[in-house]
Design a protein around this ligand. Structure first.
Ligand SMILES: *[C@@H]1O[C@H](CO)[C@@H](O)[C@H](O)[C@H]1NC(C)=O
Ligand SMILES: *[C@@H]1O[C@H](CO)[C@@H](O)[C@H](O)[C@H]1NC(C)=O
Length: 836
């Protein structure tokens, strides 16, 4: 998954953030954009260097470095105003902060943010645990969206020790500024009939990022009646926190209130700020009950910490209301847009209480109906529990969609491999990204090759959301046609990535999986998709051209992933992060002479999809360019010549390789790689696994291909790839199976079952089961067995743990890696629906 940071999360990259801030204040929102500025500067530098007689090599290096961080010149797929409330009012507000348990924001570079924190008072001695951002190890869970339609409604459950929280939202269109929305947060004790009911604090907050106005209206006892506000994009609005009631009831419940209002400390610091301000004990005294102590915010509605001469205003505001009471209860927060009120003929009734209940029920019914109409799980005979899993898979993916804005760090491609180390990372221009994320707790940001799989699911549900996401990703294209594989945009995203993983390398690729949803769109006949492609084609073409030119291999029609790890003494097998399959074994001794099977297959798929697209759009020149390439790449003779390993009986990588490597303890360094005999030589790489299957996975083989049978043999053999829990990533027979790559690097793609590749395998089996050929019957049989295994594994783990997982053990089916992982593991829904 190209996530080297996986178990090595560290501190926030403060230096880099400061650099971004500085650059932002300088370059952002300047007319003309980076391209115009770069052009002018380029000319000046050329002249200057001619005058000074500087070397051509230096000029070339400078030119490359510029291009790496210059946006591509093709017209944008999405108009610059496409996310504005005027153009897309229904998508303006959303749960676009996937890394918080509950929060919403606007699709804007300067968003208004709202969020929830909570704490159970007195559950543990000392300071209560404050919950805010989704974390792997905080003991919260299971949690996740039961329903989320990606647009206007969601319901999420969260278990936190003795508490059960339900967070719901519903949006109501109206006006010109994104409309209204309402939240309901319900807190109940986990077990009914407990004698001591828990005392719980909810913290509702609003954060602004700049010049926006927030005016709190104070009631008695620190109760914030409402917040009036105004921003350019939202116009006038009002946020109202209604008095808590019993759940499913309108009977008010006694509550204590605290407030706090200060300059925005920076989004990554919100939790810490609240923690540091929870420093006073207060009394919660309902009438007729004994008082109880609770830790509260000791703020007031005086504008705190306002720096000299209104400094605070510029960095925005942070306004938070703490509500403390005994569970069970519900609290509602209502956002009303001024223009929605003004626009309706009579004053709109507030979306709260029974009206909110009705709206939520209506949306839930609509969701269920639409879900069945789209995926037909019930009709296919799946159980109600499996249908619920499918709904949770879809909802978790949609609820994980985020909107990010910021500048990435890029290390330019200096043309000579390895020499990029000498260059300095540069800031990419500020860009927005609307994308799903692999995991709300662990990878809450955009990942390029994950996103192609995400959109396969999303597009079945809402093709427009997929066009939005694809359009945003294509907006990240640089002048060379490159897109960075991990997008760390904005402070909130950046705070969760260690500095060494912030930098994206412009010489490195990633599988072009965005072409999978594109291929699916091409099969349909949605006129909106066709209109989208007219705009997207130049960028898709540039992206593909960059891929197949920059990753060209040592011999014609071969390809090689740039950016393998160097052969360090402590690595069993230098990793290949760009491939997405991180530690999947490749040639033991990296060299420029190696060729990678999976990459060649990705390029072949790309040529096929781009050609079909060009034909459909009547792009004659592109057709003329792509057609010979696609034909050569699909020719089985050429694939055979470069990658068929007769001695292994399968397709394979080719490179400088020996199997005789192992890690041995060597104090004081720890584990060190030892190379034995036979010594490495140029040969096919013996590493049976997902990579060996690629010509089959991407359906590049003809049904009558002589190679199909042997691939099905290894797929179906439990000594190799077949496990009762799905296809394992590396054959059990491989010498790398289950092996650590270094002392600190446990196995990742060395045996575990991954849903994205199992989905591709099922799609391929389904395909070869439907076209005539010698292996048709076998494909049908394997298909149904594998499908049952994969669905069964995900389902059993979901039932046992309440989560979808990053990967599953091929030995016992246990969920492994991070959770919730509602990125490509959500493909289980399409497997249940048999939609490939
Ligand atoms: C959005 O921008 C396009 C041009 O890119 C313009 O034609 C259109 O009127 C704008 N829409 C709104 C609602 O401002
Ligand atoms: C393979 O790697 C070994 C060890 O680094 C090296 O000595 C040898 O020259 C390489 N062979 C080829 C063909 O590149």
């Amino acid at each position: 998954m190209a996530r080297g940071e996986r178990r090595r999360r560290g501190a926030a990259a403060d230096g880099a953030r400061a650099a971004e801030r500085a650059a932002r204040s300088g370059s952002e929102r300047r007319g003309g954009g980076p391209r115009g500025a770069a052009g002018g500067a380029a000319l000046a530098v050329v002249i200057l260097s001619l005058v000074l007689g500087l070397s051509g090599r230096w000029l070339l290096a400078w030119h490359r470095a510029r291009r790496a961080v210059t946006l591509h010149s093709a017209p944008p797929v999405l108009a610059p105003n496409s996310s504005s409330p005027a153009v897309a009012p229904d998508l303006f507000w959303g749960t676009y902060r996937p890394h918080v348990y509950f929060g919403m924001k606007t699709r804007s570079p300067q968003p208004l943010l709202t969020g929830l924190m909570w704490a159970q008072q007195g559950a543990t001695p000392g300071i209560p645990k404050l919950r805010h951002t989704c974390e792997q190890g905080d003991g919260v869970g299971p949690y996740g969206w039961d329903f989320h339609d990606g647009l206007s409604f969601g319901r999420q459950h969260i278990q936190d020790g003795a508490l059960k929280l339900t967070t719901e939202f519903v949006k109501r269109p109206g006006g010109q500024h994104g409309g209204d929305w309402s939240w309901r947060v319900t807190v109940e004790p986990q077990a009914s009939g407990t004698s001591a009911l828990p005392l719980v604090s909810l913290f509702f907050y609003v954060v602004t990022d700049g010049k926006e106005v927030l005016v709190p209206e104070v009631g008695t006892k620190g109760h914030l009646k409402s917040i009036r506000g105004h921003t350019d994009e939202l116009g006038d609005f009002r946020l109202t926190l209604l008095p808590p009631t019993s759940p499913r009831d309108s009977a008010p419940k006694y509550s204590s209130y605290n407030v706090f209002w200060s300059p925005n400390p920076g989004l990554p610091l919100l939790t810490e700020m609240v923690k540091s301000r929870l420093n006073n004990w207060f009394q919660h005294r309902p009438p007729g009950a004994s008082p109880e102590r609770y830790l509260g915010l000791s703020g007031s509605l005086k504008w705190e910490d306002r720096g000299p001469s209104g400094q605070g205003q510029e960095q925005g505001q942070f306004l938070i209301q703490q509500v403390t009471l005994k569970a069970p209860f519900s609290v509602e927060l209502v956002f009303e847009s001024g223009s929605a009120q003004a626009g309706s003929s009579q004053a709109q009734e507030r979306l709260a209480g029974s009206r909110l209940t009705q709206a939520l029920e209506h949306h839930a019914d609509t969701f269920r109906e639409r879900f069945e109409k789209t995926f037909r799980l019930k009709k296919k005979g799946l159980s109600p529990e499996e249908q619920a899993l499918g709904q949770a898979a879809l909802s978790g993916l949609l609820g994980g969609i985020g909107y990010f804005y910021g500048q990435g760090l890029v290390l330019p491609d200096m043309g000579v491999e390895g020499s990029e180390q000498k260059a300095d990372p540069a800031l990419f221009p500020p860009v927005p990204l609307f994308t799903a994320v692999p995991s709300r707790s662990f990878f809450p940001r955009g990942f390029l090759w994950d996103e192609g799989f995400h959109q396969l699911v999303v597009q079945r549900w809402d093709p427009r959301l997929s066009r939005e996401a694809l359009g945003h990703w294509l907006g990240l294209l640089n002048a060379d046609g490159w897109i960075g594989r991990e997008q760390v945009l904005g402070d909130e995203a950046r705070a969760r990535v260690p500095p060494e993983f912030l930098v994206q390398r412009a010489a490195h690729a990633n599988p072009p999986t965005l072409l999978l949803p594109v291929a699916h769109m091409l099969e349909g006949s949605d006129p909106a998709d066709l209109a989208f492609f007219r705009k997207a084609f130049p960028r898709l073409y540039a992206w593909f051209s960059w891929l197949h030119q920059s990753q060209i291999g040592p011999v014609p029609l071969s390809y090689r992933w740039r950016g393998r790890d160097p052969a360090l003494p402590n690595l069993l097998n230098p990793k290949t992060l760009p491939s997405g399959l991180d530690d999947y074994p490749r040639a033991s001794h990296p060299s420029t002479a190696e060729r990678h099977l999976d990459l060649r297959c990705w390029v072949a798929l790309g040529a096929r999809v781009l050609l079909r697209l060009a034909e459909q759009l009547g792009e004659a020149e592109a057709v003329a360019n792509l057609s010979p390439l696609a034909t050569s790449l699909e020719a089985e003779a050429s694939l055979d010549e470069l990658h068929w390993a007769p001695e292994l009986g399968v397709f394979a990588d080719f490179g400088n390789h020996t199997k005789a490597v192992q890690l041995k303890p060597s104090p004081p360094e720890g584990l060190v790689r030892v190379v034995g005999r036979p010594l490495p030589r140029m040969q096919h790489v013996d590493a049976l696994g997902y990579v060996s299957l690629f010509p089959f996975l991407l359906r590049l083989l003809s049904p009558s291909s002589a190679r199909l049978g042997p691939l099905l043999d290894i797929l179906a053999d439990s000594r190799h790839l077949w496990s009762p829990f799905g296809l394992r990533s590396l054959a059990a027979s491989s010498s790398f199976y289950g092996k650590r790559n270094s002392e600190h690097d446990p196995p990742y793609w060395r045996g575990a079952v991954w849903l994205n590749i199992n989905y591709l395998a099922l799609g391929a089996l389904h395909h070869y089961g439907h076209v005539e050929g010698p292996h048709q019957a076998r494909a049908v049989k394997l298909y149904s067995e594998l499908r049952a295994n994969v669905v069964g594994t995900v389902w059993r783990q979901y039932r046992a743990t309440g989560f979808l997982w990053e990967q599953y053990s091929d030995r016992d089916g246990r969920g492994m890696g991070c959770r919730p992982f509602q990125g490509w593991t959500s493909l289980v829904l399409l497997v249940m629906a048999e939609d490939y």
